[in-house]
Structure formats: structure tokens, C-alpha cells
Design a protein around this ligand. Structure first.
Ligand SMILES: [Ca+2]
Ligand SMILES: [Ca+2]
Ligand SMILES: [Ca+2]
Length: 362
């Protein structure tokens, strides 16, 4: 029984220890259970929170979507606005350039207009001057034309005269050539005769016959000055030519009419006065081919011609259309010259340099 008791005591102790442990475990479990409730509460709270957050998130998503759409619309709008702005900028720049260009063009056109106005004024002035000149030229050219017609007629006359003279000269040349040939033949014959006579004389003197020597034969060409100078001409001073009862000097130089007359007066003479056809023929015959001053002028009264010695002008030998007093465009012509080419007289400006003829009594 004791053993049983011991064993039962032991058994009881063990059970007590076990009970203690179990009590502790129960406490722990109770504590754990409390914790579990708290966790369950927390979980419920969390669930509520999650639901709320989910709701907000959805709101936010919705808002985000609408804002994204709004942004996209705004972006599109911005792009369009930017394009419009670019267009406007380009357009306004063009407008500005165009405005600048227009201003410059306007300025240029104004300048051109001013310059054209000036040009027009100048041209108008020029036209007026030209019109006056034209009027003068028309008057002058009509006068010139008349003069040229006169000159043409003179030239035609001159040509006729010259042709005639050339024919005369040719005829004279031919006859002179024949004359020269005859004379040469004659000279040859006379030379032979002279030789023969000299030969004969020599023979006779060798034979002792004394005779006078023959006169020396001198040959002169006909027409030389010394031969043609007549005995009466030799009463004029050296270099002067005699005709009728007067002496004439032909100058070797050319001077104005006044200086020519001065030269004659210093020689005790005056410019030649042509009193007759014979005297004129004589003068033309000795004249060289130049226009030559004579003692005739119309200085005192235009158109009234007077000889230097007061002799009245009874006969004249004016050329065609002369005296013309310069034809209205050559200046006054108040002094007279004789013209070899035309065998006539012409009035000329007294200042022209011409050769001249002096005349004085023999
Ligand atoms: Ca005379
Ligand atoms: Ca005159
Ligand atoms: Ca004249």
C-alpha cells in the first residue's frame, strides 16, 4: 500500500507539474487569442482602407485620363496656334518687306520724276535753241544754195574756158614743136655751113689770102624776154612792163588790198586802173594764174564802184553773179580783183591776201 502510495504521490506530483505547464500554455494561448482578435480588427481596418484607396485610385485614374485627353487637345491646339503664329510672322515679315520696298520704290520714282522734269525742261530749252538755229540755218542754207548755184554756173563757165584754152595751148604747143624742129634742122644746116666756111677760110689763109674774120654767129631762141622787150619798153624802170604810155609792175607776193596799194604808192604809182579792152587784154596776157588786186573799190558807198584815180567806171567785166558783196554770208566785199581763170572781175573782202598790179605813167 505504501509503495502504492509513493507511486500515487509521484503520480500526483507529475500531474501537478503537468497541470502547471498546461496552465501556462493556456495563458499563452489566451494571450495569443487576444492578439488574433486584434489582428482580425487590423485586417478589417486594412480592408476598409484598401477599399477606400482603390476607390480613390479609380477616381485618380479617371481624372488622369480626362487630364491626359485635355492635355492632348491642348497640345493639338498649341501646335495649330504655333503654326498660325509662324504663318502670321512670315506674312507680317513679307508685309514689312513689301512696305519697305514700296517706300524705296516711291522714293526712286519721285527722284526719277524730278530728274525727268528737269530733263524735259532742258530738252524744251534745247528745242527752242535748236528751232532758232534751224531757222537761221534755213535762211543761211537758202543763201548758200543760191551761192552754190552761182558757183556751179561759174565753174561750168570756167571749165568751158579752160577746155578752150587747153585746146589753144595744145595747138600752140604742136605748132611750136614743129617750129622748134624746123629751127633745129636749120641750126644743123647752118652749123655745117659754118664749119664749111671756117674750113674754106683756113684754106684761103693758108694760101695767103687775108680776109676779115666772119661775124660770130649767135643763136637766140625766139620769144625770150630780151628779144620780146620792145625798144620803147625800155623807158620803164627795170622789172616794169610797158603798154601804151604806162608802166606796170606785177608783184611777186600777196597782201591785203590796202597794203598792196601802199606798196604801189611808195613806188610813185597806184593800183592799176583798167581804162580799155586793150589794156585789159594786155594785163590778162601777163597775169599768172592767181586772183590779183586792181585799183577798184566800193568802200565809200556800197554798190558804187570807183577807180583809185577817180576815173569813172565806164566799162566793166564782172563775173557771173558778181559783184555780190559776199552773197550775204561771206562778210562785206568792197575790193575788186581780176581772175585769170575766168578772165573777169570779182569783189572780195579787202583783207584777203592777193598779188597786185601797180600802174604809173611811162
Ligand atoms: Ca590804166
Ligand atoms: Ca561791196
Ligand atoms: Ca564777190
Amino acid at each position: 500500500m505504501k509503495a502504492k502510495l509513493t507511486s500515487m504521490t509521484e503520480e500526483r506530483d507529475r500531474l501537478n507539474v503537468s497541470l502547471t505547464i498546461m496552465t501556462r500554455k493556456l495563458d499563452k494561448l489566451q494571450s495569443l487569442s487576444q492578439n488574433l482578435d486584434s489582428v482580425r480588427d487590423l485586417a478589417a481596418e486594412l480592408s476598409t482602407m484598401k477599399a477606400k484607396l482603390t476607390e480613390r485610385l479609380q477616381d485618380s485614374n479617371t481624372k488622369l485620363t480626362s487630364m491626359t485627353e485635355e492635355r492632348d487637345r491642348l497640345n493639338v491646339s498649341l501646335t495649330e496656334t504655333t503654326r498660325e503664329l509662324d504663318r502670321l510672322q512670315i506674312s507680317s515679315k513679307q508685309n514689312l518687306d513689301s512696305a519697305h520696298g514700296s517706300a524705296a520704290e516711291l522714293s526712286t520714282m519721285k527722284a526719277k520724276l524730278t530728274s525727268m522734269t528737269e530733263e524735259r525742261d532742258r530738252l524744251t530749252a534745247s528745242l527752242t535753241v535748236m528751232t532758232r538755229k534751224l531757222d537761221r540755218l534755213q535762211i543761211s542754207s537758202k543763201q548758200n544754195l543760191d551761192s552754190v548755184r552761182g558757183s556751179a554756173a561759174e565753174l561750168s563757165t570756167m571749165n568751158g574756158k579752160l577746155t578752150e584754152r587747153l585746146q589753144d595751148s595744145n595747138t600752140k604747143l604742136t605748132s611750136m614743136t614743129e617750129e622748134r624742129d624746123r629751127l633745129t634742122a636749120s641750126l644743123t644746116e647752118m652749123t655745117r655751113e659754118l664749119d664749111r666756111l671756117q674750113c674754106l677760110l683756113q684754106k684761103e689763109s693758108q694760101n695767103g689770102v687775108v680776109t676779115d674774120p666772119p661775124a660770130v654767129l649767135v643763136w637766140e631762141w625766139p620769144g625770150s624776154i630780151s628779144d620780146s622787150m620792145t625798144e620803147s619798153e625800155k623807158t620803164c624802170p627795170a622789172g616794169w612792163r610797158k603798154f601804151s604810155s604806162a608802166c606796170y609792175l606785177f608783184s611777186n607776193e600777196a597782201r591785203s588790198w590796202d597794203r598792196a596799194r601802199e606798196d604801189c604808192r611808195q613806188r610813185g604809182a597806184d593800183l592799176v586802173v583798167i581804162n580799155s579792152d586793150e589794156e585789159q587784154t594786155f594785163l590778162f596776157g601777163l597775169l599768172i594764174n592767181q586772183d590779183t588786186w586792181i585799183g577798184l573799190n566800193d568802200r565809200d558807198e556800197e554798190g558804187t564802184w570807183k577807180w583809185v584815180d577817180g576815173t569813172p567806171l565806164t566799162q566793166t567785166n564782172w563775173g557771173q553773179s558778181q559783184p555780190d558783196n559776199g552773197g550775204g554770208y561771206m562778210g562785206e566785199e568792197d575790193c575788186a580783183e581780176i581772175r585769170k581763170y575766168f578772165s573777169d572781175w570779182n569783189d572780195l573782202s579787202c583783207e584777203v591776201s592777193n598779188p597786185w598790179i601797180c600802174e604809173k605813167k611811162a
